[in-house]
Design a protein around this ligand. Structure first.
Ligand SMILES: C[S@@+](CC[C@H](N)C(=O)[O-])C[C@H]1O[C@@H](n2cnc3c(N)ncnc32)[C@H](O)[C@@H]1O
Length: 254
């Protein structure tokens, strides 16, 4: 696989990352107190969460030592900050239980980089506390993709970014595949309810009940979208991602 293009990611994924965190924080009834960021990269999501949830326990994992060093330095040494150099696949082993259970697990644009995304998603479901949510945002492979064309909406600026995105698309799931994963997880892990969507805010249009609920519960989203609105193509780009929400029953249902 082509190396991760940090240049592309730094330029193009900031809004998606911030929205992923904001939508993720709306999913439960109460603000989450233990949060895991899988493929945390340089820790920007964790740092954003720390600003708004000063008392939460935050755990990040990423196999890149360089990314982990940056994440540790961005987050600082607080007692609730933990960043580990670890691939997500390790969460499928017995050692994962040392991390405990989480109210919220975020996986932003890293699922397609994993060797066995289904095994990882199933393992993450097992790490959810009752009432907890796992929210995965990932690039969506178009159903009838020709294996070459990189959609203009993704905003690649040169041949190396196109190659990076082509690799990402090839490794990504289509909506149908993601829905099949959601349904497998629900069959294999007790008490799970999972759903996958394309585009929108957390997968929902602004005039749907779910979209309205997210808007009402995440007041910072308006500002994020307003500043992104000034950027050409940001609306079309939102349609290029899939949202998988996995919820573990219990702990007070909505
Ligand atoms: C596109 S970056 C996204 C980083 C971060 N989630 C964000 O939104 O800023 C993808 C990240 O996934 C990480 N990654 C690659 N393979 C992984 C694996 N097997 N398990 C967990 N993370 C992985 C990479 O090291 C990289 O930091």
């Amino acid at each position: 696989m082509t190396a991760v293009s940090t240049c592309y990611d730094d330029r193009e994924t900031e809004l998606s990352r911030a929205l992923c965190v904001e939508v993720g924080l709306t999913l439960g009834e109460h603000p989450p107190s233990r949060i895991l960021d899988v493929g945390c990269g340089t820790g920007k999501s964790l740092a954003w969460i720390r600003q708004h949830l000063p008392d939460a326990e935050l755990v990040g994992i990423d196999p890149s030592e360089t990314a982990v060093r940056s994440a540790r330095s961005l987050l600082g040494p607080g007692p609730g900050n933990h960043v580990h150099a670890l691939p997500a696949e390790d969460l499928a082993g017995p050692a994962a239980h040392r991390f405990g259970r989480f109210d919220l697990i975020l996986v932003h644009l890293s699922l397609a980089l994993m060797r066995d995304p289904f095994a990882v998603v199933r393992a993450l479901a097992g790490l959810l506390a009752p009432g907890g949510h796992c929210y995965v945002v990932d690039l969506l492979r178009p159903d009838a993709w020709d294996g070459r064309t990189v959609p203009a909406a993704l905003g690649a600026q040169d041949a190396s970014e196109e190659a990076y995105l082509r690799d990402q698309l090839a490794a990504s799931m289509s909506l149908r595949e993601l829905r099949a994963v959601a349904s497998e997880v629900d069959h294999q892990v007790p008490d799970m309810r999972s759903e996958a969507y394309q585009g929108g805010l957390g997968g929902h249009g602004p005039n749907t009940p779910q979209g309205r609920r997210i808007w009402a519960r995440a007041p910072r989203i308006g500002g994020l979208l307003a500043s992104a609105g000034a950027r050409p193509g940001s609306g079309a780009q939102m349609n290029t991602v899939a949202h998988l929400v996995m919820r573990r029953n219990g702990g007070g249902e909505r």
